[in-house]
Design a protein around this ligand. Structure first.
Ligand code: KG4
Ligand code: ZN
Length: 338
């Protein structure tokens, strides 16, 4: 085998059990096992998630090794998500990774999930990669951040949500509309044939580069309650317009603050990451904006937007190069700080 390190990445912070193998920055395999069990509950049930991770982790790692066409002896180091996330879920990936590192006598690397989302832009698939420094709008089910990235190991959060995350705003709005979890992709789908200006919702007035989505959620709830009182078929008759208007509001909030960050920092290398970066409205609005303003825009492939282990492996690769290794006493942290 060549001297280029081969990193096995493990991601288990929420409800997807993921394993991926990278050789240097090149992807060899990327396996994701989704957990359908949560759909009927309208959200992730932590205990069920950790049990499903326990069942999935070994078959998923096995599939990643086979797909990469390597043997486990070829693996140079193992990187896992230390946090943030659901503790029971993180513990499954963390315990597996520690055992694997000990059993194979290879280095262990602890990765911050949010940094993984950002660094997924450095998985080499022939696409241009961001140049430092760049700004990343990281939007997921649990976080909404604007991050200034100076190097793979030097990043600073310059804006964050003071309440709900953007993905949560999508998912909670979907729940109000009676759509199953996760509602973000469904809102995106219905919105395609709806009028984004059909309904107006309250706009947050939050200082600096921070976000807030809880007021929007209340405003959506009130509008729908009022609509249903007047017409029991209000949601069914207006679903596409409601989805398009909700999506328009969330995307406008995100873009307003991102533009403010660009003005404040004068950085025009712009990236997006995290589950909500799969949203078609966000992607197309950003593309338009970048074209008009001359920003250099980096949009991840769909498979690297939502949770995956390739992003953990690439973050692990940079830490491996920096000799930033973890010990067997490393423990997952649900609220791991940036
Ligand atoms: O990054 P991710 O897979 O998991 C977390 O780290 O949270 O993000 C999941 C979030 C969910 O809230 C989901 O509804 C949202 O990303 N999402 C979307 C879309 N695809 C996923 N939101 C809006 N539009 C989409 N197309
Ligand atoms: Zn995520």
């Amino acid at each position: 085998m060549s001297k280029i390190p081969i990193i096995l990445g493990i991601e288990s912070s929420c409800d997807d059990t993921c394993a991926a193998i990278l050789q240097g920055q090149k992807i060899l395999s990327n396996i994701v096992a989704n957990q359908d069990i949560h759909k009927i509950y309208g959200g992730v049930v932590p205990e069920l998630a950790s049990r499903a991770h326990q069942q999935n982790i070994i078959p998923v790692v096995d599939a990643a090794i086979k797909k990469a066409n390597i043997t486990k002896e070829d693996i140079t180091a193992i990187a896992f998500t230390k946090g943030p996330g659901l503790l029971g879920s993180l513990l499954v990936g963390g315990s597996f990774s520690k055992s694997f590192a000990m059993g194979m006598d290879i280095p262990l690397i602890a990765v911050n999930h949010m940094k993984g989302h950002i660094l997924s832009h450095f998985i080499n698939e022939g696409k241009a990669m961001p140049k430092f420094p760049f700004l990343c709008l990281t939007v997921s089910g649990g976080h909404t951040q604007i991050v200034k990235i100076e190097s793979p190991s030097k990043m600073k959060v310059i804006g964050t949500t003071i309440d709900d995350a953007a993905g949560e705003a999508f998912d909670k709005s979907a729940k109000i509309l009676g759509l199953p979890y996760p509602g973000g992709p469904l809102i995106d789908q219905y919105a395609k044939n709806g009028n984004p200006h059909a309904f107006e919702f309250g706009k947050p007035k939050i200082k600096e580069l921070n976000f807030s989505f809880s007021g929007l959620k209340t405003s959506i709830l009130r509008l729908i309650q009022k609509g249903v009182t007047e017409n029991p078929n209000f949601i069914a008759e207006n679903l596409k317009d409601l989805c398009a208007s909700i999506q328009h509001s969330i995307v406008s909030i995100l873009l307003k603050k991102l533009e403010k960050a660009i003005q404040q920092t004068s950085i025009t290398q712009i990236a997006i990451a995290g589950g909500v970066s799969a949203n078609s409205c966000l992607r197309s609005k950003l593309k338009q904006l970048a074209k008009i303003k001359g920003y250099q825009l980096y949009i991840p492939k769909f498979e690297y937007c939502t949770d995956n282990a390739a992003m953990i492996a690439i973050a692990g690769y940079f830490k491996y190069l920096n000799k930033d290794l973890a010990s067997q006493s490393e423990t997952p942290l649900a609220r791991l700080l940036f």
